[in-house]
Design a protein around this ligand. Structure first.
Ligand code: UDP
Ligand code: MG
Length: 332
């Protein structure tokens, strides 16, 4: 029987955590009862440097319930790094892992379908939202626009798939081979290339609390995705540079002809406009090139992505199944 890990990154999630733990435990128990996963399966909460009670809640849950484990990052490293940390830890412990958000937006009930697809032989199963009705107009249009831009830029990502996905041990091992600092998991996972499948689900509203992705973080995440995976922007800039250079040669020839036939005017306006246009373009180009150089610089440094401060791992002999039999669940 396969051992499942549910990996849940948490940042300031005190309002939802207990409910999330309760629902995930119920789900694990039903899967165990149905003989779909092994009884020592776990829920792994990764506390991404929360400033509220999140870690204390995880500790209490861990003490009461042997399904639950916790990892505490020393500071806030962002969703992607927290998730990566959880998956890499799970890789050595489990046969299969599913990552999901702490806020119960990802429909917990489709976990059964994930497991089914895994049993059918998929190493990676992507959770895809079949509607975004519950998202705000802004979130919906910006997110869908983002997927379209990524496609246009030649980046292989799954449309409307966030980070709700199943990965087998093999896929996790492959993931651990990626050493990049600028993590964009939705771009990396398709690069693994193992057999994959898709599960459709309805995206719910956040159970409680606020989104931990304000506009600023969302934009930098989108920018991260594009600059980590596509060099088309820089190619585009080079193409414009080439075009402008060609035009300037034609202009040079034209002005030389005009000069030789004595038909010249003091062209202050056109001069000043071209100085501004070309100056602006050059700045833009330098900026974009700088972005890539910055990334290359960070990659060469191979900075550690996180430092784990503590691990919460059950040591006692009691198995999950004993607890299951005595019908101990967490309700508070
Ligand atoms: N998250 C995290 N670190 C961060 C921001 C978010 O671990 O710096 C977690 C958060 O706790 C949640 C998931 O990432 O489990 C997705 O965040 P959220 O639900 O706020 O994003 P949204 O659904 O609004 O895009
Ligand atoms: Mg959310």
């Amino acid at each position: 029987m396969d051992k499942l890990y549910l990996v849940v990154p948490c940042y300031n999630e005190e309002e939802v955590l207990k409910e999330t733990a309760k629902r995930l435990c119920e789900k694990l128990m039903s899967l165990i009862k149905a003989n779909k996963i092994s009884e020592d399966s776990k829920i792994l909460f990764v506390n991404d440097g929360s400033k509220d009670e999140t870690w204390n809640i995880i500790k209490t849950l861990y003490e009461k319930n042997s399904f639950i484990q916790g990892i505490k990052l020393s500071r806030n490293e962002g969703h992607q790094n927290a998730l990566f940390c959880g998956l890499i830890h799970a890789k050595d412990e489990c046969d299969v892992a599913i990552s999901l958000d702490a806020d119960l937006q990802d429909d917990v009930d489709v976990i059964d379908e994930f497991i089914e697809k895994y049993h059918e032989g998929s190493d990676i199963v992507y959770g895809v939202r079949n509607s975004r009705k519950k998202d705000s107009f802004f979130k919906r249009t910006s997110a869908e626009g983002f997927y379209k831009v990524m496609k246009l830029l030649g980046v292989d990502i799954v449309y409307n798939h966030a980070d709700y996905r199943l990965m087998s041990k093999n896929a996790l091992n492959a993931l651990s081979e990626f050493n990049e600092v600028n993590l964009f998991l939705r771009g990396i996972v398709p690069l693994i290339g193992y057999k994959s499948d898709v599960v459709y689900y309805e995206r719910h509203e956040r159970f409680a609390g606020e989104s931990k992705y304000p506009l600023k973080k969302m934009l930098s995440f989108a920018f991260e995705g594009i600059t980590s995976f596509s060099i088309k922007p820089i190619k585009f800039i080079s193409a414009i540079g080439f075009l402008i250079f060609s035009i300037s040669i034609l202009m040079l020839i034209y002005s030389l002809i005009m000069f030789s036939i004595g038909n010249t005017h003091p062209g202050w306006t056109s001069l000043i406009i071209s100085i501004w246009a070309i100056g602006g373009l050059q700045l833009l180009a330098i900026g974009i090139i700088g972005e890539y150089i910055g990334k290359a610089y960070l990659e060469t440094k191979h900075r550690p992505k996180y430092f784990v401060e503590k691990y919460l791992v059950h040591k006692e002999m009691l198995t999950n199944y004993d607890i299951l039999k005595s019908e101990t669940t967490i309700n508070n």
